[in-house]
Write a protein that binds this ligand. Sequence first.
Ligand code: NAD
Length: 296
Amino acid sequence: MTDARILDGKSLAATLRSGIAAAVAGLGRSHGVVPGIAMVLVGDDPASHIYVRNKTRQAGECGFFARDILLPANTPESQVLDTVAALNRDPAIHGFLVQMPLPRHIRPEAVIDAVDPAKDADGFHFVNAGYLAMGRDAVIPATPLGCLALIRLAHTDLTGLSAVVIGRSNSVGKPTVQLLLRENCTVTVAHSKSRDLPTIARTADILVAAVGRPELVRGDWVKPGATVIDVGINRLDLGGGKTKMVGDVAFAEAVKVAGAITPVPGGVGPMTIACLLQNTLALCCRKLGVSIPVPA
Ligand code: NAD
């Protein structure tokens, strides 16, 4: 059997970003508006700093007005909520996010609930989650959107396919389930309490792993020819100060069995940032009352 097709998120994200950049420039010409995005980061988590830096840089490259708000780890919850309220009111900002995870003394649900759903670039607010579950117009979380775009590289029509999503987080697993349902897949959700994960996984034409456990999904969990989307980002300590990034799927094994598979890095990660920018552009267009000029 030949190796699986590699679903190249880096190149797909570059294509999406160039469409977004063209749309941003067009919006400037037609309406004199620059879409504004803000990222709030509380604390010193090194991975979060890298994510926020990448988001801000790519937003700037696509022509957005991009603003970082960096707050120290001991910032009181009330001050984070005040920052969110100020961004809700700021006419230059069309979408923003508060980077997770937050320091332990800040309740993530209080912060997410405080974001105006019309500026909720991450799509984490319960209003957007509810709209997505009801099949209504919603801001859809960026990582699931990126997963769907990658799946579409391998499947023009998902109707009737069996999809298994491992992981049920509000930010990745659950919205991915909703998106795949919307595409008429037959969806199974597996999680840490599921029994016999390998047997469940082997039923999948489309297998999405969003767990956070290095290489949990082995090659013999994959149905031959299946499409495998690896959301996981795990850093393995190799000793001597060296680390290696791996996903939730044992890539070297799964690539021998799957029909198509995303690599880590270079799969879902780059798509997440591009889809975040797409969400923010869409929020700006919605505010202006114009239809979004990039492929959704
Ligand atoms: P989370 O910790 O919020 O949720 C993990 C889920 O996995 C839970 O629902 C849990 O039930 C399930 N789980 C945990 N252990 C399990 C096990 N042994 N067997 C089966 N299920 C198990 O994590 P998350 O925010 O959903 O992120 C998941 C992974 O995706 C992490 O590695 C994270 O870093 C990564 N991630 C990547 C991107 C990206 O852009 N590529 C974006 C978000 C998250």
